[in-house]
Design a protein around this ligand. Structure first.
Ligand SMILES: [Zn+2]
Length: 326
């Protein structure tokens, strides 16, 4: 009978000597990497399975996986005679995937970080059936209810436009992979204004540009960027690192789901824009299929599991239950 347990920061699945590691789980085995965020990056020593986009984004962030098997979305990959694996869109960022494992009639779905809502660049995660669901719980507490994405987009555009009208440079502090490119795309699609990106945002955005050819951004510190920004620009960075650009004052905003509960000082505006599902998105994902067992992991895993049990779901937090036979 397969076992699921936490091994360090992430779960593993063990079945008759085969060890499937998810994301940053510790130990040896076949590692499934759900997306190119560093907190999910596992050891590059194992054989790593991921989408081509995830591999390229990791490389743009100077993390190289040389023993690597590409898992294009929706393509079933046989691992042994009785076990196969399929990567499926998880809606979190370019290349992000859930993994569906099928072995001896048992199906296990690991979501990685997931977003059930569509954004300007990609579709949300599609509903998938399985016997066992291992679902992330980053925002697995009822306090996290995000406004509609269109509303958040509208507020961001309004703030950018107002800041530019005041002769200042609007700057957004965001994660350099995923969120930054969503912001770049939003500005490209709605405003006729150059986007200046830090080198780390720029290199990931170049990978995005392979898929979204229309994306347009410049690297800060280059002559081209400086010239384009003279009449105004939007600055995108993962750090609040500048206070003047092209002789104009820089005004900062922060875009992350965490602004609903924690506000860092010193920002002019806060936008609850997240690459994750909120609590309600997670709960509806669980309830829209008939999973026999639901295991929660990361973030508010205990809170989400408790809430799901109250709804009659057979749910456990992997952080609480050290090991589970499925
Ligand atoms: Zn992530």
């Amino acid at each position: 009978m397969p076992l699921v347990r936490m091994e360090g920061a992430a779960p593993i699945l063990e079945d008759r000597g085969i060890r499937i590691l998810f994301d940053a789980a510790e130990g040896d085995g076949l590692r499934c990497l759900s997306h190119a965020h560093m907190d999910h990056a596992g050891s590059p020593v194992d054989l790593n399975i991921m989408t081509g986009e995830t591999h390229r984004i990791f490389a743009s962030r100077k993390r190289y996986y040389r023993r690597y098997l590409e898992s294009p979305l929706c393509v079933r990959i046989p691992l042994t005679e009785s076990c196969s694996l399929t990567a499926l869109n998880s809606g979190h960022m370019l290349g992000s995937s859930m993994f569906k494992l099928e072995a001896d009639g048992l199906t296990v779905l690991y979501t990685g970080d997931m977003n059930v809502y569509d954004n300007i660049l990609q579709r949300g995660a599609e509903q998938q059936d399985a016997d066992v669901l291992i679902i992330e719980a980053t925002y697995g507490s009822p306090v996290y209810k995000f406004p509609d994405r269109e509303v958040v987009y509208y507020e961001i555009i309004k703030w950018i436009t107002r800041t530019l009208a005041q002769g200042e440079i609007p700057a957004l502090k965001v994660y350099s992979a995923g969120k930054a490119q969503e912001i770049v795309a939003l500005i490209n699609k709605t405003l006729n204004i150059p986007v200046l990106a830090t080198p780390e945002v720029y290199s990931v955005s170049r990978v995005y540009k392979n898929t979204y050819r229309w994306m347009d951004f410049l690297k800060v510190g280059t002559r081209e960027g400086h010239e384009a920004a003279k009449n105004g620009a939007v600055y995108v960075s993962s750090r609040r690192d500048v206070f003047r650009l092209v002789d104009k004052r820089v005004r900062w905003a922060l875009a992350t789901g965490w602004v609903l509960t924690r506000r860092q000082e010193g920002f002019d505006a806060y936008f609850p824009l997240s690459g994750h599902s909120d609590f309600h998105g997670l709960v509806s994902y669980v309830r829209n299929s008939d999973y026999k067992t639901v295991l929660t992991t990361y973030g508010f895993s205990s809170t989400l599991a408790r809430h799901l049990r109250r709804l009659g779901v057979n749910a456990y937090s992997l952080e609480e239950k050290v090991q589970l036979k499925i």
